[in-house]
Ligand binder design. Structure first.
Ligand code: CAA
Length: 390
């Protein structure tokens, strides 16, 4: 009979330890300043690249780390435990920006882009969301027409991570390629395909960064394509498969974002426990009061439940099973968990929790997007209910 094994392998323990040491030694000391000055963490990304962490789940032949999804989730969890901006930079780059090239690219496309992406020399971005295509991601308006060996792209994308930095390399976008002018059935106007748009393509423009509630040191912008031209061979995978491909990418991305939820919640608990032990009121540490202990105990229990869901989703993916349901459950559970734990951690800090020098203040602002990005809670509920056959 197969056992349920809750222990991590020595290799997984090693990656957790390595990333924790890096996060505590290199990221935590600068996280507050990067957030305050809204500065993209170039030096940290470079170091992550040198540690082979910018391409963890991709094969070594393409310059990747040769790890699995669980290793990737552990790394994301440990980074988020100290800082969400760095974590989302790695997460969006790996599961959203690089994964489409790895999963759907030709050998030529993989060899052209993966080594540079996996080393962190270039960042990958994912261009799905549009002003009228958020949760209804299939309502893509961006169009790409093929003529004379080139795609001409017109449209816009929004809330895109990693596309506007000095080291941005490519954005993989969805575009409508069906309809009149493409030489295919005009009654099927919603043929959606994936296209790689490299930085510097004529007609591709990155807008100004958004002023956000959190994730301040990460790069998020709108993109516009005005008669943007890329080579015909930049099509990623078969024409017309773009929407399904991106839904699959989102399933993978949700494991990463769920790992962020666990990491943020754990970081909030760690900060709250440490503060509660040293803060005295009525003659003793506030950690000795039952009201505080109840909060800490609930946070710890919920974190463990969320963590197990994330690891289960990662395991399902790594063993080749369908993981759509578990990834959505993990994302739903841990987004809420992060918001709740950040709020409780601020509450335990009292007035200090409202002051930016305390990490929990940043955690509180960074948590909310985890119930929205890469599929809102309501979209996760849709996915889960569909899987239940409801
Ligand atoms: N994997 C692969 N294929 C899938 C799939 C999956 N998980 N789910 C559905 N499909 C297939 C279906 O079988 C269907 O195929 P057929 O047409 O052959 O039958 C096709 O894809 C369309 O499926 P649906 O009819 O179910 O699609 P829908 O329009 O009803 O949408 C949805 C489903 C789940 C709501 C989807 O639109 C969705 O996930 N929306 C949320 C989008 C989202 O997460 N956006 C965040 C973007 S990332 C971001 O913003 C983060 C960042 O940059 C940091």
């Amino acid at each position: 009979m197969a056992a349920v094994d809750f222990d991590l392998s020595p290799d997984h323990e090693l990656i957790r330890r390595t990333v924790r040491e890096f996060a505590e030694g290199e990221v935590a000391p600068v996280a507050e300043e990067l957030d305050r000055t809204k500065s993209f963490p170039y030096e940290i990304v470079e170091k992550l690249g040198k540690l082979n962490l910018m391409g963890i789940p991709f094969p070594e032949e393409y310059g990747g780390g040769g790890g699995d999804t669980l290793a990737y989730a552990l790394a994301v969890e440990e980074l988020t435990r100290v800082d969400s901006s760095v974590a989302i930079t790695l997460c969006a780059h790996t599961s959203l920006g690089t994964q489409p090239v790895y999963l759907f690219g030709s050998e030529e496309q993989k060899h052209e882009w993966l080594p540079r992406l996996c080393s962190g020399e270039r960042l990958g971005a994912f261009g799905l969301t549009e002003p009228e295509a958020g949760s209804d991601a299939g309502n893509v308006r961006t169009r790409a027409n093929l003529a004379d060996g080139e795609w001409t792209i017109n449209g816009s994308k929004q809330f895109i991570t990693n596309a506007g930095t000095d080291i941005s390399g490519i954005v993989c976008i969805t575009a409508v390629t069906g309809g009149e002018g493409n030489g295919i059935d005009p009654t099927h106007p919603k043929e959606i395909s994936n296209i790689i748009v490299p930085n510097g393509a004529p007609g591709y423009e990155q807008g100004e960064p958004y002023r956000k509630m959190g994730w301040n040191a990460s790069d998020t912008r709108p993109l516009t394509f005005t008669d943007c031209r890329v080579h015909e061979e930049n099509l990623l995978g078969p024409r017309g498969q773009g929407f399904k491909q991106f839904l699959h990418i989102l399933d993978i991305g949700r494991i990463g974002v769920a790992a962020m939820g666990v990491g943020l919640a754990q970081g909030a608990l760690d900060e709250a426990l440490s503060y509660a032990k040293q803060r005295k009121a009525f003659g003793k540490s506030i950690s000795k009061f039952q009201a505080i202990q109840s909060k800490l105990a609930d946070m710890s229990t919920e974190i463990e439940a969320g963590r197990l869901l994330v690891y289960k989703a990662a395991r399902e993916k790594d063993s080749g099973r369908n993981f759509t349901l578990t990834a959505a459950q993990a994302k739903l559970k841990t987004g809420r968990l992060a918001v709740r734990c950040a709020e409780e951690a601020v509450q335990i800090h009292g007035g200090y929790g409202f002051i930016e020098e305390y990490p929990v203040c940043r955690f509180y602002r960074d948590a909310k997007i985890l119930t929205i990005g890469e599929g809102t809670d309501e979209v996760q509920q849709m996915v889960i209910a569909r899987a239940l056959g409801a």
